[in-house]
Design a protein around this ligand. Structure first.
Ligand SMILES: Cc1cc2nc3c(=O)[nH]c(=O)nc-3n(C[C@H](O)[C@H](O)[C@H](O)COP(=O)(O)OP(=O)(O)OC[C@H]3O[C@@H](n4cnc5c(N)ncnc54)[C@H](O)[C@@H]3O)c2cc1C
Length: 574
């Protein structure tokens, strides 16, 4: 089936929806999503969205700018960070006007709480900057944007799995997707395509990410020879529920929770004397694992405690109701009465498709754009998070840069004609589906996926070494071969989840290779990328972004400079 829209958006998370609201003012918009729209991972965001409103104590966008640059370990592009922090206040007020039910101060203003790495006066003490809706902030924003988008006439194609984003002659003309209900392939011709397909935490075994966070569109674009930027930087959130990886928001520490080791010591006082448990995530995750490796986990085991008892039951039930319920349901622990076992969990992809500050996808290190192709949200790398994202800056990134991309698309589509997608794009997708459905090998995609995720966890997570990364990379061809040798039982087309599992697995293998190879070439430690064999940051050689390209059957790396406008790199202490 063929469709024609001025703009096609892949993804109905915050980035896709915010862009759709802007683009639909200029022409018809379709949003494609492999889930029901409001099940996008954005709905799981708990703790907050950052903006220096100063509602609870003095704050300024300049301090937010500084914290974000420092948090990024100086790898974030400062032009983009400045735009984001300056636009944050307007953005949150706009969201409020769109209907987001933010939590309130007693005098009725938007309430704010502390989050890791957010400080007042250039690092002096933690500041209340995260605006929140209890611990369901993403859910509240997503539903408000979804209602707005529907009201404005955005057309949703729910449970459409995108298989291809054809790019030819430096331009993108549309998207090929399969309707999951019927298995029928649809072609969406468009003047502009925005990729807002979210993260890929599922490449790791222990993760806070939803099952759908498999990085499909990054895999597709990488195969189409579009580079991926800074893929070595993957954030581990310090407080996942032990053994499960389910997230306990940083807001729990923002409200007063503390981390305690097996010796009943508040160990973050040693690692970050000024802001302690509210240090940035890369530091806290490493500190927890160091405690564990040195035998100071709880009972000598592989976890520490998050102690929220000082917050008090009333505040926990009012401001952190969901995570209190997660603790009770999954761990059998009431956080008002007892400390909760936690361990770092794979959480957020700093790397992604390189874009400029208006979401245009960049084809190389010179800044050449792919016409008609845009990206925003977690799948994009603009880069505001550099080597390590600060908590509550991702929701902000999605709506600030989703909006900017939507505006840029509005200008772009006024000046060009709509062309049909080439017919062979559908044929290629059909052939691909048939090949998968006819696969009668002897592997199960679930087992291969788990083996891959275990390898990534073992060799490419918080601590990395040359030997470990090489061992991982050496094992990937076998994983890739197994992923191509699946025992597909159901050859039908209706809601055939085996088909989508196979497609997602292929993308995960590609992304694992890019992450591991990017990590191997970066011979320094910066932000979330920690190399035991190069334990220091090396600005002389590595203050630059990585661009990974597909080249033949292998990878090629190029680099581009970091944009430094105001804050020169300094030693990062907290
Ligand atoms: C548990 C959790 C808590 C978090 N808490 C916070 C927080 O408090 N504050 C904060 O700032 N950040 C938080 N984050 C991070 C933040 O929520 C995400 O980075 C952000 O919501 C990503 O939004 P997005 O719009 O880029 O993508 P998503 O919301 O992930 O949406 C991706 C969309 O792409 C679609 N898609 C993907 N592949 C395909 C395909 N092949 N075909 C069709 N559609 C496809 C999906 O269906 C989905 O609609 C949290 C993340 C997690 C996991």
């Amino acid at each position: 089936m063929n469709h024609h829209f001025d703009t096609v958006i892949i993804g109905s998370g915050l980035a896709g929806l915010r862009a759709a609201i802007e683009a639909v003012r200029h022409g018809p918009v379709a949003v494609l999503t492999k889930l029901y729209p409001t099940r996008s991972h954005s709905t799981a965001a708990q703790g907050g969205i950052g903006a220096a409103l100063g509602n609870e104590e003095p704050d300024s966008p300049d301090w937010h700018f500084y914290d974000t640059v420092k948090g990024s370990d100086y790898l974030g592009d400062q032009d983009a960070i400045e735009i984001m922090c300056n636009d944050a206040i307007r953005t949150v007020i706009e969201l409020e006007h769109m209907g987001v039910p933010f939590s309130r101060t007693p005098d009725g203003r938007i309430a704010q709480r502390r989050f890791g790495g957010h400080t007042r006066d250039f690092g002096k003490a933690p500041v209340r900057r995260a605006c929140y809706s209890a611990d369901r902030t993403g859910h509240a924003i997503l539903f408000a944007l979804f209602e707005q988008a529907r009201h404005l006439g955005v057309k949703f194609f729910a449970e459409f799995h995108v298989l291809d984003i054809p790019v030819a002659d430096g331009a993108c003309r549309g998207v090929v997707a399969v309707e999951m209900r019927s298995g029928v392939v649809h072609a969406f011709s468009a003047k502009a395509v925005l990729v807002a397909s979210g993260g890929y935490g599922r490449v790791f075994k222990t993760t806070s990410n939803a099952a759908a966070s498999t990085g499909d569109c990054l895999g597709i674009l990488f195969r189409a020879r579009i580079p991926l930027q800074d893929m070595e930087f993957f954030q581990f959130h310090p407080t996942g529920l032990h053994g499960l990886g389910i997230l306990l928001t940083e807001g729990a520490r923002g409200e007063g929770g503390i981390l305690v080791n097996g010796e009943d010591e508040r160990f973050m006082e040693r690692y970050a004397p000024t802001i302690k448990d509210l240090a940035p995530r890369d530091m806290v995750a490493r500190s927890i694992l160091t405690e564990i490796m040195q035998g100071r986990g709880i009972g000598g085991g592989d976890y520490v405690h998050l102690d929220m008892r000082s917050i008090g039951r009333d505040v926990i039930e009012k401001r952190l109701p969901d995570i209190a319920s997660f603790c009770r349901v999954y761990m059998g622990v009431d956080p008002s009465d007892a400390p909760v076992p936690v361990c770092p969990t794979a959480h957020y992809a700093m790397g992604g498709v390189p874009t400029d500050i208006d979401g245009r996808v960049l084809a190389d290190e010179t800044g050449r754009v792919i016409h008609g192709l845009y990206a925003a949200g977690e799948c994009a790398c603009v880069s505001v998070h550099g080597a390590n994202r600060l908590g509550c800056n991702s929701l902000l990134d999605t709506v600030v840069f989703g909006r900017r991309a939507g505006i840029a698309i509005g200008e772009f589509i006024g000046n060009i004609d709509l062309h049909d997608l080439p017919a062979d794009a559908i044929q290629a997708a059909e052939a691909d589906i048939e090949t998968i459905l006819a696969s009668r090998g002897d592997e199960s995609s679930e087992t291969v996926r788990l083996d891959l995720a275990r390898l990534m966890m073992e060799h490419c997570s918080v601590f990395r070494t040359d030997a470990g990364l090489r061992c991982l990379i050496a094992k990937l061809p076998e994983i890739r071969e197994r992923a191509g040798n699946l025992a597909v039982v159901n050859s039908g087309r209706r809601f055939n989840t085996e088909l989508y599992d196979a497609v997602e697995l292929r993308h995960l293998v590609d992304l694992a290779e890019v992450i591991a190879a990017s990590a191997l070439q970066r011979a320094e430690s910066r932000g979330a990328h920690y190399r035991e064999d190069f334990s220091h940051r090396d600005d002389a050689n590595w203050l630059k972004h990585t661009l990974a390209f597909r080249s033949g059957d292998g990878l090629e790396f190029r680099h581009k400079p970091v944009v430094v406008t105001r804050f020169e790199p300094k030693e990062r202490t907290y």
